[in-house]
Design a protein around this ligand. Structure first.
Ligand code: GLU
Length: 424
């Protein structure tokens, strides 16, 4: 079957519509019946809470908090919590569904969920963020649970917030339950390898795709848009395997060096510069959006949604896009990218390394045991490589893009499981 046109989009920037558009195409390819289609398109649970927080100046601000459980068909729902000013229900719904498909693509026994609070953590003190995290946890006490719904970090959150969440949850249960959340600090039952896991999975996916495209890593160039937890580790690990990283970017702008950027140096600079690359001297500063249009072999968008869209897709020159972010390509851009012959290792495949090692963390917590970093990396690399091969094989079999193939693999698995479990 060839490429099927997506359903017309009302709003290109709406991530839920973007997710639905791909879901629709893949469902048609699979010949999904209406009953299952309707079950899988509707989130199982959507919770919105108001969180009144006393700020450091004594004023009280009310924040909107969300948790959407898209599906628990494959197992307890899993997905991160985002602290960002742009958080809204449609975004959280899309991100929750992407978690369902992502867990199914890498074949781990979880459904999908996502949470978020509309806030700007960059402008808040640690105390304010702690009160907000604890208040959110307490409002979601009936949703979260080690066998029910397991949060993790996402944009704007990290091990520190996960520690507060674990502690607040444990207090209400009267005992320590560390398996209720992943991405924790190591001393609280976090897993070795979790911090770099998403970037590592991006690296494994990129190398697997380069092999198919016959691109020699040692002769290749790459641009990484977004230099947070995902982008910086992806850049570092790719550079260690011979790929020349010629451009990186963050909120302060984009930085270019045709001879290759010293990624270790850039990470050290960022860590000592309040998390920003602003002022990094070894490189030429270019326009922030120009990084996506550079003449490189590999482009890794590792920041946020919709950065590749109908306005710039035509100008993309990379041969391969490996999506570190969730939803970095709009559904409208898919068609343009496909027509240009650019290969995409899609988000629900390429960035699944994070949730894979989250799963390992949860398994270790439940065993009361710790794995070595070597074991974590070896197992997650194998899961990522197997998932890549499976999606690639499906794309060849149906003559469809890697993105739609990933949805086909995921939806097929969830639909079959649903049929066995049955409904009312
Ligand atoms: N937030 C990450 C993601 O989007 C990780 C989720 C998790 O580990 O549960 O995949």
């Amino acid at each position: 079957m060839g490429y099927i046109e997506p359903a017309p989009l009302k709003d290109e920037e709406n991530p839920f519509e973007a997710m639905m558009s791909r879901f629709h195409i893949a469902s048609q390819i699979l010949g999904l019946d209406d009953e299952v289609y309707n079950v899988l398109k509707s989130p199982a649970k959507q919770v919105i809470v108001s969180l009144p927080i006393t700020m450091d100046d004594g004023s009280i601000r009310v924040f909107d908090g969300y948790r959407v459980v898209h599906s628990n068909i494959l197992g307890p729902s899993k997905g991160g919590i985002r602290f960002d000013p742009g958080v809204n229900l449609d975004e959280v719904k899309a991100l929750a569904a992407w978690m369902t498909w992502k867990c199914a693509v890498v074949d781990i026994p979880y459904g999908g969920a996502k949470g978020g609070i509309q806030c700007n953590p960059r402008e808040m003190s640690a105390g304010e963020i702690e009160r907000l995290t604890r208040s959110y946890t307490s409002s979601m006490i009936e949703i979260f649970g080690a066998d029910r719904d397991i949060p993790a970090p996402d944009m704007g959150t990290g091990p520190r917030e996960m520690a507060w969440l674990m502690d607040e949850y444990s207090r209400t249960q009267g005992m320590t339950i560390n398996s209720v959340v992943t991405g924790k600090p190591l001393v609280l039952g976090g897993s070795l390898g979790r911090t770099e896991a998403t970037g590592r999975g991006v690296m494994v996916s990129a190398l697997a795709a380069m092999e198919k495209l016959k691109i020699n890593p040692y002769k290749s160039t790459c641009a990484v848009q977004g230099f947070g937890n995902v982008g910086s580790f992806a850049a570092l690990l790719l550079a260690e395997r011979g790929v020349k990283i010629v451009a990186i970017s963050d909120l302060s702008g984009a930085y270019y060096n045709a001879n290759g950027i010293d990624i270790e140096g850039a990470i050290a600079y960022r860590n000592n510069n309040k998390g920003s690359l602003e002022g990094y001297a070894e490189v030429e500063k270019i326009d922030g959006s120009a990084i996506l249009e550079l003449e490189v072999d590999v482009l890794v968008p590792a920041a946020t949604e919709d950065v590749i869209n109908s306005h710039n897709a035509e100008k993309i020159k990379a041969k391969l896009i490996v999506e570190g972010a969730n939803g970095p390509t709009s559904a409208k851009a898919d068609t343009i990218i496909n027509d240009k012959g650019i290969i995409v290792a899609p988000d629900i495949l390429a960035n699944a390394g994070g949730v894979t090692v989250s799963y390992f963390e949860w398994v270790q917590n439940r065993l009361g045991y710790k794995w070595t970093g070597e074991r974590v990396n070896r197992r997650s690399d194998r899961i990522m490589k197997d998932a890549f091969d499976n999606v690639y094989k499906t794309s060849q079999e149906y003559n469809i893009s890697m993105r739609i193939a990933a949805y086909v693999v995921a939806i097929d698995k969830v639909a079959k499981t649903y049929k066995y479990r049955g409904g009312y």
